[in-house]
Design a protein. Structure first.
Length: 86
């Protein structure tokens, strides 16, 4: 979870992680984190003040193995040129 100070001024990092964990969709999690922060700014300042509020959520999947590195000489992920031996 990445957030601007407008988020962290109104919620703890653990609360943001807990909110993100409830969502399968990272965009939905970011919207909820932003919404909660915005509501708290409004409540705590009687709507008189707000800070920039930005949240980015990325889910990392460690359940699948990483992709193998590109093989020399082919494949869509990379290419290599082999020089002839002399």
């Amino acid at each position: 979870v990445l957030g601007s100070d407008g988020v962290w001024d109104r919620m703890s990092s653990q609360e943001a992680v807990d909110i993100a964990a409830r969502h399968r969709d990272p965009a939905a999690a970011a919207r909820e984190i932003s919404s909660v922060a915005r509501q708290r700014w409004h409540q705590q300042t009687q709507g008189q003040m707000s800070d920039d509020i930005t949240a980015v959520v990325v889910h990392l999947d460690f359940s699948s193995p990483p992709s193998p590195p590109p093989t020399p000489g082919g494949g869509p992920h990379g290419a290599a040129e082999r020089l002839p031996s002399t």
